[in-house]
Write a protein that binds this ligand. Structure first.
Ligand code: NAD
Length: 499
């Protein structure tokens, strides 16, 4: 019988009451393994009430005590790593080691958030006026919510919940409906670590659920990660409801290859960055830009040869390089893009359609796909495919290779491979993209820097994690103080100024 999943509110699992459900698949077999309740507006409002009543005491808890709970949570996740990673693989499809990486990158942000006592310190100015001191403090917003995508079901919820909770907020997570079990398990571990009930809650659902979160005045901030059209509409809706919002969207990440690059290093890098996790990473490289025909010819030959050795299969098989895509609809979307590339005249060197994995006939398989001679006006270049499809677009010179990612609608990540420091510096400085790698194919910033794309990859003015995480989840209050022994001026009708 199919398992029925729950919500997690107030430190406990609660059954859904809306009678609306979606299916959770094992992408490697195509079998439905759980039913997920989709919360109604009423269920969302009840969860917000629970979170709000818990937040008051949490918001005034000494930040060091809050940090200790996060520390304990980190230990518990490490202790349960194998179980969590297997659960993640069973719903997402990515390989078991890659699932561990997903969880690990989330934990690194929690580890950074243990610095909350330091990050939340305000500023102080002595004698800002005669007998006057000024100080600022960072206070929690209250109840905040996050809506997260399927592709990192541990990492992205933890990137958001970490700074939110460490700053004294109560958090409501609406995870992806495709792989909700890891977030639910993380909620249990938060409780086990000693987090007060109601501070980390999981509400499962869809648009109706998200709309209820956005429309409720008790929710003070919305953090979203997912596709660009939804990111943009949630950003607008949250702003219309007077909420703080940061909404991160899709991507089309380029990797520029200069003629002096180590071509074996580039080809190896492109295998992992282009095809790892079936290309379902927002920082996956989906466009390779070799500079010059000779560079392109050498690169393409090495790519084709390496693609022939890739192993696609079940994520728990230790020989697997990458697993299935997340859903039948994703498989169809990717296959449609491959057809569009052929129709538009790109040269299909490796076709991933029609892949069969013995013993997993019902799985959502798309093999590695490589297009050469892609051009700027093609749909496969302009749009995010989000699958194991790598496009090679040949640039005639460095300026063209710099212009392409800079002018692209998306601006999440970009990378350059070169041995020349001058070129690398020029590129890093001029390229119009938020996260840049130099001889690093997936330049996801470490936890104590911030993560965020530009242009259609990110809406809002603060990034995720690092110092921006604390800024996003707190509001600044500034206090100006004068004590009775300070200078008395009598009544004054002039605007106080710094003279
Ligand atoms: P998605 O936009 O379909 O869904 C993301 C979340 O929004 C899910 O929780 C989903 O339930 C919810 N949602 C979907 N439709 C909605 C609607 N109409 N109203 C309200 N909520 C809605 O994205 P996905 O398929 O889960 O994830 C893949 C996308 O996420 C890709 O575009 C990828 O590039 C992007 N992504 C971006 C980043 C980043 O940092 N920029 C990171 C990871 C993934």
């Amino acid at each position: 019988m199919t398992r029925e999943l729950t919500h997690y509110v107030g430190g406990t699992h609660i059954a859904g009451t809306s009678q609306r459900f979606s299916d959770v698949f094992n992408p490697s077999t195509g079998v439905v393994q759980a039913k997920l309740p989709l919360a109604s507006g009423q269920e969302v409002r009840a969860a917000i009430a629970v979170a709000q009543s818990a937040q008051e005491a949490w918001g005034t808890t000494n930040p060091q005590r809050r940090a200790r709970i996060l520390n304990k949570f980190v230990s518990l996740v490490y202790e349960n790593m194998d179980e969590l990673a297997a659960l993640l693989t069973s719903e997402h499809g990515k390989t078991f080691p890659d699932s561990k990486g997903d969880i690990q990158r989330g934990l690194e942000v929690i580890e950074f958030c243990v610095a909350a006592p330091h990050m939340l310190k305000g500023e102080f100015s002595d004698s800002a006026g005669a007998g006057i001191d000024v100080h600022s403090m960072r206070q929690p917003l209250g109840v905040v919510a996050g809506i997260t995508p399927f592709n990192f079901p541990a990492m992205i919820p933890l990137w958001k919940a970490g700074p939110a909770i460490a700053s004294g907020n109560a958090y409501i997570l609406k995870p992806s409906e495709r792989d909700p079990s890891v977030p639910l398990r993380l909620a249990e571990l938060f409780t086990e670590a000693g987090l007060p009930d109601g501070i980390f809650n999981v509400i499962n659902g869809d648009k109706e659920t998200v709309d209820a979160l956005i429309e409720d005045p008790r929710v003070k901030a919305i953090g979203f990660v997912g596709s660009t059209p939804i990111a943009q509409s949630i950003y607008a809706a949250a702003a219309a409801h007077g909420k703080r919002a940061q909404c991160f969207g899709g991507a089309k990440n380029h990797l520029v290859i200069m003629p002096d690059a180590d071509m074996d290093m580039v080809a190896d890098a492109l295998m992992g960055a282009g095809y790892g996790s079936a290309g379902e990473r927002c920082m996956a490289i989906s466009v390779a830009i070799p500079v010059g025909e000779a560079t392109a010819d050498a690169l393409v030959a090495k790519l084709v040869e390496r693609i022939g050795r890739l192993k696609i299969g079940d994520g728990m098989d230790e020989n697997t390089d990458f697993g299935p895509v997340v859903a039948q609809s994703a498989k169809e979307r990717i296959e449609n893009y491959i057809q569009a590339g052929i129709d538009e005249g790109a040269e299909l060197l490796v076709d991933g359609r029609g892949l069969e994995v013995p013993g997993h006939e019902g799985g959502f398989w798309v093999g590695p796909t490589l297009f050469d001679r892609v051009t700027e006006n093609m749909k496969i270049y302009k749009e995010e495919i989000f699958g194991p499809v790598l496009c090679v677009l040949r640039a005639k010179d460095y300026e063209e290779a710099l212009r392409l990612p800079s002018e692209h609608e998306f601006g999440n990540g970009v990378s350059i491979f070169t041995r020349d420091g001058d070129t690398a510096r020029n590129f890093s400085s001029r390229v119009q993209v938020g996260m840049v790698g130099v001889n690093v194919p997936i330049p996801v910033p470490i936890a104590y820097y911030t993560f965020g794309g530009w242009k259609a990859s990110g809406f809002g003015d603060l990034n995720q994690h690092g110092a921006d995480g604390f800024r996003f989840y707190t509001k600044t209050k500034t206090v100006t103080t004068r004590w009775p022994s300070g200078i008395r001026e009598g009544a004054s009708f002039i605007m106080p100024a710094g003279s």
